[in-house]
Design a protein around this ligand. Structure first.
Ligand code: GRF
Length: 206
């Protein structure tokens, strides 16, 4: 399958996908990496692996509408089958989300529906986890729908929250889980093993 990865930051999730494609775990090809930040290290990772990296953000497209139109154009031109949001910090408009229903995946650093939605991203998620005092957190891969972090859940994995955890400790522990479950979800999609019925995602041989 042809994959597009949308990024905004360091790209460690992108790297996990690149590694799992190169070692044969995922039967797919990353056709393009699109970043909403011009200086995202993720673009350097793409370049190093011979993957086309494109910046589409405030400096070269003024309105969000224009950005989304450009992204849609690229996705269609490259006949993308699956879009993966890997630390992507911009908005995909409703038209694009509808067009790629159940073909856009996002990785979120908590056990959805806890600690997600508007304002819950990056370190803020782990700070909220620590402030609340929960004993478990983790990561979730889900399909993207019109809401924020509200689409059908594909895979989740939990990690312990230790009493003396700092945000950095937690972020590191959760990121390691992200790097496991995101490649797994993409693999399952590539093998046609994800069946979505309404909100429910079933994994199976079919
Ligand atoms: C991390 O906070 C991760 O939890 C979330 O996006 C952020 C950046 O990830 N998915 P990456 O290193 O750019 O993949």
């Amino acid at each position: 399958i042809n994959i597009a990865v949308l990024v905004s930051g360091g790209g460690t999730n992108l790297q996990a996908l690149i590694d799992h494609i190169e070692n044969g775990y995922i039967d797919g090809k990353i056709e393009v990496v699109i970043s909403s930040k011009e200086d995202a290290y993720a673009l350097k990772r793409a370049k190093k692996h011979g993957i086309e990296g494109i910046y589409i953000g405030k400096n070269n497209y003024y309105s969000l509408k224009e950005r989304n139109l450009k992204i849609l154009e690229i996705l269609e031109e490259k006949q993308i089958d699956l879009i993966v949001l890997a630390g992507y910090m911009s908005i995909l408009d409703e038209k694009l989300v509808k067009r790629y229903k159940n073909r856009i995946m996002n990785i979120h650093p908590s056990l959805i529906p806890s600690f997600c939605g508007k304002g819950f991203y990056g370190k803020k998620v782990h700070q909220a986890v620590i402030d609340y005092g929960v004993k478990l957190t983790g990561a979730t891969v889900h399909f993207v729908d019109e809401g924020t972090d509200t689409g059908p859940v594909i895979l989740q994995k939990s990690v312990d929250v230790k009493d003396d955890d700092t945000v950095e400790d937690l972020a590191k522990r959760v990121l390691a889980i992200e790097h496991e479950i995101l490649p797994m979800a993409v693999k399952l999609f590539a093998e046609g093993k994800l069946k979505v019925t309404g909100r429910k995602v079933r994994i199976g041989g079919f």
